[in-house]
Design a binder for this molecule. Structure first.
Ligand code: EPZ
Length: 419
């Protein structure tokens, strides 16, 4: 068990280089199963979730090694389409391997991924989309058995622009005979990065980033690939929030400001000065943060649900009253009760919180209940009087490569303790 000890009251100053995006790397790693040709990934972050995905690939027969700044993957010896249940239960993103396994073997067996800390996390849209591609799906004893020997192209309309379902259907369709069109597809930048990766492998995918994605099925590609994963817009947003809350200024390098437009707009509304370069963002905090009238989480390009907890923390010390509405996940306010223990003032009912800003929070022991909630509690500690101990900090490692090291590098007083 790990915990962060944060001492509040110090403004931040400095610059950071942002890592590659976890939510781009995970589907791209799964997509490596679609080809025997070697792949080299640059900017693939070293995170627990990435490590778990690599062990799934290894269990399926693929090989990988990190050499210098590159992660080399060789799936030529992948020989199993049965997902190891020991991991697929705990790693939600294991579901991303369904599509590639069907693309490669026309068969796939995986365990129903559990819900997680932020909600039930159903996969009905994944399964409905794959069944429209001709996959016969049976579910028994918590296992999902997929037979894709008659897979074919299809016109699919997603009921909701699900990121994972869009990615899984794309990866199942790239080797299915015929044309596939996905309507109401998710538009996240991570899907554009997956498209870029698949096309460099030799597949035919277009339209990612819009609501209509088209795939033309083709046989196994043979092109070896070197791909650089896009920067992590959520890690970047989290560090900007840290500086906004703590005071001071920060410059982020290796970012794509165009992927963060909604977040940058809300930071400006809160009174921060935000300047963008082509691959950098500079933020200077105001003397006192201002209320953010309303933040509603929505599918991209709307405000990202993965930044909701961090902004919730920011609003607790912003002058005035802010409203936060979580439209995407039903269980994503677990950080609220912990922030209340730090002196935050708000009312919360269902998916809406009305937050009245206070001058200071006070440090105490708080519990991370999920990845982004833990990040929010950590940055709240930067502005709290005294020491804040964030328990279960190992949850934060799932999405941040040493959050304590990043914050220390820009002047925060934070240390990690392990049991
Ligand atoms: C991806 O999860 C991200 N994870 C999440 O990031 C992110 O919060 C989410 O997209 C939304 O942007 C990865 O990319 C690994 P969804 P995903 O399918 O694909 C419902 C983080 O912190 N839904 O777009 O699971 C679902 O319940 C993580 O980095 C169905 O109803 O998200 C939710 O309400 C957390 N049926 C909504 O759609 C389905 O079959 C959005 O889910 C699938 C989803």
């Amino acid at each position: 068990m790990a915990r962060f000890i944060v001492t509040g009251g110090r403004p931040l100053h400095g610059s950071l280089r942002v890592s590659g995006a976890k939510n781009a790397a995970l589907p791209i790693l799964a997509a490596c199963l679609l080809s025997d040709a070697p792949v080299a990934l640059a900017e693939c972050p070293e995170l627990k979730d990435v490590g778990n995905m690599l062990s799934i690939l290894s269990d399926l027969g693929a090989a990988y090694e990190r050499e210098g700044g590159l992660l080399h993957i060789d799936a030529s010896k992948a020989d199993s389409f049965v997902m190891p249940s020991r991991i697929s239960k705990e790693l939600r993103s294991s579901i991303f391997t369904l599509g590639p396994l069907l693309g490669r073997f026309q068969r796939a067996v995986c365990t129903y991924p559990g819900g997680c800390e932020i909600g039930h996390r159903p996969i009905d849209l994944h399964l409905k989309g794959l069944s429209m591609l001709g996959v016969e799906i049976t579910e028994e004893h918590g296992q999902i058995l997929c037979d894709g020997r008659n897979m074919h192209g299809a016109e699919i309309h997603l009921d909701y622009p699900s990121v994972g379902a869009t990615e899984n259907i794309i990866m199942g369709a790239v080797r299915a005979d015929g044309e596939t069109i996905i309507h109401n597809a998710a538009r996240e930048p991570e899907i554009v990065d997956l498209q870029r990766f698949l096309c460099s492998m030799g597949f035919f995918v277009s339209g990612a980033g819009t609501s209509d994605v088209r795939i033309t099925g083709t046989k196994a590609p043979t092109k070896s690939v070197v791909h650089s994963v896009i920067p992590d817009r959520i890690v970047a947003g989290t560090m900007l929030c840290a500086a906004a809350i703590a005071g001071g200024e920060v410059t982020l390098n290796n970012v794509r400001p165009e992927h963060m437009a909604s977040v940058l707009s809300k930071l400006r509304e809160a009174g921060a000065i935000v300047l963008c370069g082509e691959h950098s963002v500079y933020l200077r905090a105001p003397d006192r943060l201002r209320e953010v009238k309303i933040i509603e989480t929505l599918p991209y390009p709307g405000f990202p649900t993965d930044m909701q907890a961090q902004f919730f923390a920011l609003c607790t010390v912003a002058e005035g009253t802010s409203v936060v509405v979580e439209n995407v996940f039903e269980g994503r306010f677990k950080h609220a009760a912990e922030l209340a223990r730090m002196g935050a003032m708000f009312t919360q009912k269902d998916r809406t919180a009305v937050i009245r800003g206070v001058k200071r929070l006070t440090g105490t022991q708080v519990y991370a209940r999920d990845l982004r909630g833990g990040a929010a509690l950590t940055i709240a500690g930067l502005v709290a009087l005294g020491e804040t101990t964030v328990m279960n900090a190992e949850l934060i490692d799932r999405g941040y490569e040493g959050m304590e090291r990043m914050l220390t590098a820009i002047g925060a007083r934070i240390r990690r303790e392990e049991d």
